[in-house]
Design a protein around this ligand. Sequence first.
Ligand SMILES: Nc1ncnc2c1ncn2[C@@H]1O[C@H](COP(=O)(O)OP(=O)(O)OP(=O)(O)O)[C@@H](O)[C@H]1O
Ligand SMILES: [Mg+2]
Length: 256
Amino acid sequence: MKTISFFNLKGGCGKTTSAVNLGYLLAKKLEKTGEKLLYIDCDMQSNLTNSLMDYDLERPCIYHLFTDDKEIKDVIYPVRDNIALIPSSLLMATVEPRLAGMVGREFILKRKIAAIADQYAYCIVDCSPSFSIVTTNAIIITDKIFIPVQTEYYAVDGVHLLEETLGYINQSLGIEKTISLLFATLHDTRNNINKIQYDNLKNTFGKRFMDSYIRKNISLVESPIFKQSIFEYKPRAKGAEDYKKLFNEIESKGGF
Ligand SMILES: Nc1ncnc2c1ncn2[C@@H]1O[C@H](COP(=O)(O)OP(=O)(O)OP(=O)(O)O)[C@@H](O)[C@H]1O
Ligand SMILES: [Mg+2]
């Protein structure tokens, strides 16, 4: 199983939207070979979960995995023919203090995931916009880190902060995780600031910064309400076109 995490310390930059839609396209491709994809929602806001299934605070979820109350098989739910999800819930708001003093707390997810890794070709992790024990758990199981970036002021600075955070995690745990690729989200090609920041990101991160970008598109806001990806909700929307283009670029560059 290859694991891709969507990560950025900045909130609202399109991590969840990108995880849902790039994940969906990846799953469609896997369908042809009979392979499966697993989503993991590592954010207490549970936006990924709510984009794919109804909210249920009673349902065993990733919280129970972290607290050792449930086995991994008890927290995996099918959401499409070849897509499963480990959901999150608001309970995750209380997990950090419980993990704080625990030995090996950064490796909980890694230990648990090992039991099911052979059942899925890919795992897509949606991270919260914070540096925490849960986020560190996610980074540890990750092979590729994808960074959605809004082309606003301080876009480049924000990514540098992220690299420093990764450096800190690497140093303290003896691992070597780096940003695999970045792409622009909520991008408006007519907006001067967006254009300047896009160029800054390209100049700074070069090949790692994808040429394809995701424009602002209201259908991307609406589709989670119907528990659908953009490709199920409005396959002809600008958002669907953009995510398909981005998917193709990432694929052609060996990004997956
Ligand atoms: N391309 C887009 N066009 C218009 N709205 C978008 C687009 N991408 C995301 N959004 C909307 O912006 C908001 C933030 O997006 P999203 O939840 O994907 O970001 P996030 O990085 O996961 O946020 P958080 O840090 O809170 O987890 C959501 O309301 C989402 O529907
Ligand atoms: Mg999110």
